[in-house]
Design a protein around this ligand. Structure first.
Ligand code: PGA
Length: 267
């Protein structure tokens, strides 16, 4: 695969968001298939985020020192308590989970998650040594009304309110335009990079120069066919992949396109 060259100031990260797909029984095979393909890939952080019911089997299949880390798709901010149907950060951590997706647009739209709630979860997540992947993104109507930057800025500032600066290195941001999620309509590399660039500026404003070092992932209809061109953009540091992460080959190809190019390659 030919990849476009760029400097990689930040270590790329590719996370697969399985959403509500795969039973625990189906998980082992898919995880094994992915691991087999990606185990020789270096210099990319790789994460799979199966449903809660598959986390234990994912952890068991991968063992302690796998190249593939495990993420969850949500968590509750309390340590424990009377919160029927919820799962806490300590419970995730105990299973060997290292990442947690927070504020995904499906959580915001279907389950009424708010920026304030996401901010509370992000702060608690890092206290349990979980790395939050905080998601932001505009709807089609907002993009058409030219509100993209304002919407993303408000979500980002709201979702990171009170986030402890000393835990900044643990934080990952994902820009996922709602109109691109699961629709096959991927943002153009320029559309995505413009927003990533703005996000980086906001992070710098919020946290100082270290804010500029955070990884910003793109998500929304990422496929092996479009990932290399997106990855060539300066402010795109990896991907949050939905549908294509359920196919081991596609997921591998996307990860491969995010791998930093060695000087000897592509020549
Ligand atoms: P998609 O989903 O890749 O299926 O568009 C991305 C996401 O929602 O994280």
């Amino acid at each position: 695969m030919t990849r476009l060259k760029k400097n990689f100031p930040r270590r790329p990260l590719v996370a697969g968001n399985w959403k509500m797909h795969r039973t625990a029984s189906d998980t082992k095979n898919l995880i094994e298939d992915i691991v087999q393909r990606v185990q020789k890939i270096a210099n990319v952080d790789m994460v799979v985020c199966p449903p809660f019911t598959s986390l234990a089997v994912a952890a068991e299949t991968l063992g302690r020192h796998s190249v593939l880390a495990i993420g969850a798709q949500n968590m509750h901010q309390a340590k424990e308590g009377a919160f029927t149907g919820e799962v806490s950060g300590t419970m995730l951590r105990d299973l060997g989970v290292r990442y947690v997706i927070l504020g995904h647009s499906e959580r915001r739209h279907f389950f009424n998650e708010t920026d304030t709630g996401v901010a509370a979860k992000a702060t608690i997540a890092v206290s349990y040594l979980l790395r939050p992947i905080v998601c932001v993104g505009e709807t089609l109507a907002q993009r058409e009304a030219k509100e993209t930057m304002a919407v993303v800025e408000a979500q980002l500032r709201g979702s990171l309110q009170g986030f402890p600066k000393e835990k900044l290195a643990e934080l990952v941001i994902a820009y996922e335009p709602v109109w691109a999620i699961g629709t096959g309509k991927v943002a153009t590399p320029k559309q995505a990079n413009d927003v990533h660039h703005k996000i980086r500026a906001i992070l710098t404003d919020l946290f100082g120069p270290e804010g500029a070092n955070l990884r910003i992932l793109y998500g929304g209809s990422v496929k092996p066919e479009n990932s290399a061109a997106l990855m060539a953009e300066n402010d795109i540091d990896g991907f949050l992949v939905g549908g294509a992460s359920l196919d081991a080959r596609s997921f591998f190809n996307i990860i491969e396109s995010a791998r930093p190019v060695r000087a000897s390659e592509n020549d």
